[in-house]
Design a protein around this ligand. Structure first.
Ligand code: ATP
Ligand code: ZN
Length: 309
């Protein structure tokens, strides 16, 4: 299946076509949903290990969670308010045999199935770190807590740009502690993240960024986020200098999650949190663009670092 249509293909679409032709990604009928081919999966695995070696310490708490998240968590965090356009909600069939007949008729006719289903109590995880905060409730140790989490994330942004997938993996280090600890963690990690990418032969620039808030308040929210320097992205011009891709990002949430989930520092203050996210697929896509689609041609040191050959 070719991603190219009759219109003038963008550099991103041309890149997708090359990835599909080399079976690095395998297509489905849907934009933004791909299987990962053998070489792609190998790089992902190597990257995971490299991040573990680079970022995890003795004190880091390891957390691995299902790719679905209780809907109550995203509701509590205001996700429906800020990013309803990105959320993947789930539905389940809860009827009996009569309702099942009606469902089957709708399936056979290609009708809208929604009237036959019920909204589920889980949603697709939109980011990895939402799972972390509920488990931090209570009083933190003096040094705060750092959690290492990785998860499949879903965002409803169908696109032929391979850097914008609908289902992708996010690895995050999340720190909760005093404001100084959370900010210190954020600042240290922005530097360390750049250094990590350099070890992979990638050059990233750091820029203040904002999230794609929904609706009328969008501009104001985004401007506030930038003015307060809450979000930074590490950008790499993967296929286009004009449209560089955020391969990693850091967020400082101040006391937002501490407040929502009752997380406190030992002196009774509401905890502050910050997270650093690795966009796993985007880093792999940057590596392939920089070093070539043939892993056997990659520099030896990089092959060793990512356990590929
Ligand atoms: P963008 O500005 O490109 O939309 P974002 O600001 O929404 O990204 P975050 O919410 O900060 O991204 O997510 C953390 C990381 O996850 C990003 O830095 C990126 O590397 C990765 N990521 C985000 N959206 C996608 C996507 N649709 N496909 C692949 N990776 C993604
Ligand atoms: Zn996060």
């Amino acid at each position: 299946m070719s991603a190219l249509t009759t219109h003038n293909a963008t550099a991103e679409e041309v890149y997708l076509d090359r990835l599909l032709a080399a079976q690095l990604l395998l297509p489905t009928d849907l934009p933004g949903i791909y299987a990962r081919g053998s070489a792609f999966a190998q790089i992902m695995e190597g990257l995971e290990h490299a991040i573990t070696r680079y970022g995890r310490t003795k004190e880091t708490i390891l957390l691995r969670c299902p790719p679905v998240l209780p809907r109550s968590i995203v509701e509590k965090c205001g996700y429906f308010q800020s990013f309803p356009q990105l959320l993947g909600c789930m539905c389940s069939f809860t009827g009996g045999t009569t309702e099942h007949d009606a469902l089957m008729q709708a399936v056979d006719a290609g009708d809208n199935l929604l009237p036959h289903l019920e909204l589920a109590d889980v949603v697709m995880a939109p980011a990895a770190c939402y799972y972390v905060y509920p488990y931090l409730a209570g009083t933190l140790p003096t040094e705060g807590k750092t959690t290492d989490i990785e998860n499949w994330c879903y965002r409803h942004e169908p696109s032929l740009n391979p850097m914008r997938m609908r289902s992708f993996r996010m690895r995050e280090f999340v720190h909760a502690g005093t404001p100084e600890q959370a900010l210190g963690f954020r600042d240290r990690w922005i530097e360390r993240a750049q250094e990590f990418l350099t070890l992979l032969g990638l050059t990233a620039t750091v820029e203040a960024a904002s999230d794609p808030f929904f609706g009328a308040g969008e501009r104001l929210m985004a401007a506030q986020q930038r003015a307060q320097a809450l979000k930074f992205e590490l950008l790499i011009p993967i296929v286009s200098d004009e449209r560089p891709t955020a391969v990693m990002s850091s967020n400082y949430h101040k006391d937002h999650f501490g407040h929502l989930f009752d997380i406190h520092t030992p002196d009774g203050q509401t905890a502050h949190t910050a997270c650093l996210a690795f966009g796993m697929e985007r880093i792999v896509l940057a590596l392939l663009a920089e070093h070539g689609l043939q892993l056997s041609q990659w520099p030896r040191t990089l092959q060793a670092r990512l356990e590929v050959n």
